[in-house]
Design a protein around this ligand. Structure first.
Ligand code: URA
Length: 263
């Protein structure tokens, strides 16, 4: 009689996670708890520097649970974690990933050089994306559920942008944006708030985030986007200098972004 096949590691991990417990994969748990960024955690595991319940492990996706005892280089580490959210003022030129040849850096490079030392060992996820030339408020977190909350279409978390269009715009010209416009993927956008701002700019508040959405919406009403800046997400206004960041308080995450942080 053949022996029952052992389930693959990822499936075991998914079962632990879905069992309602606090289960997780080892490398991800280490990065979420701020012990080591994920790539470094994977490397440390492969180099046999990590022990799980006194046993050497070599598989970054080994399942861990709330009672797992983990050591790195012989030192006990805690996998307990709380939601962390960082506000970064993204400079122009930085991209979400390194494949863009015109990029000066990635947003993760900018974040790493701006973070205080006690936060550099976390694995950070960017909460949505901004185009290379877009500046402004970009959030990062160690909590994937927060990413899902902030980016899910169903949450309708408003994002406020200011676009320089180079001409004085009338409120009537923006009326189609308030009703929803057909953009070039054949979809109609959700109604947005749209106002003229200053001599040559437009303020747009969107509750969805499609690829190049602001640029495509302005294009649909005959306006170019000469520069684009995101100044708020939810009720959270950007309040740090370009290229710098700060952690949000739990109260800000709860009250301004509508998410109950794990604390
Ligand atoms: N819409 C855009 O067109 N670009 C951005 O970076 C963000 C929203």
């Amino acid at each position: 009689m053949s022996r029952p096949k052992k389930p693959p590691r990822w499936l075991e991990a998914a079962r632990v996670r879905d069992s309602g417990g606090d289960g997780e994969w080892l490398a991800r748990a280490l990065s979420r708890a701020g012990v080591l960024p994920q790539a470094e955690a994977e490397e440390a595991i492969r180099q046999r520097r990590v022990k799980l319940d006194s046993r050497e492990v070599m598989e970054p996706m080994s399942p861990v649970g709330p009672k797992s005892r983990v050591t790195v280089d012989g030192h006990p580490v805690s996998l307990s974690w709380r939601t962390q959210v960082i506000m970064l003022h993204k400079p122009a030129g930085a991209v979400a990933h390194g494949s863009d040849k015109k990029a000066t850096s990635t947003v993760f490079d900018t974040l790493r050089s701006a973070l205080p030392p006690e936060l550099v060992r976390f694995g950070w996820h960017s909460v949505g994306r901004l185009d290379r030339d877009t500046t402004g408020l970009l959030l990062f977190t160690n909590d994937e559920r927060f990413v899902a909350h902030a980016t899910a279409p169903a949450t309708h978390l408003p994002k406020t942008y200011v676009a320089r269009v180079g001409v004085k715009v009338t409120s009537e010209k923006l009326e189609p944006l308030r009703n929803g416009v057909l953009i070039d993927d054949g979809e109609v956008t959700r109604p947005a708030k749209a106002f003229p701002r200053g001599e040559d700019s437009v303020e747009l508040v969107l509750t969805e985030g499609r690829f190049h959405q602001v640029k495509r919406m302005l294009n649909a009403v005959g306006l170019p986007t000469l520069a684009l800046h995101r100044e708020a997400v939810g009720e959270l206004m950007l309040d740090v200098e370009v290229g710098t960041c700060r952690p949000l308080t739990d109260a800000e995450v709860r009250e301004k972004l509508g998410y109950t942080p794990r604390s």
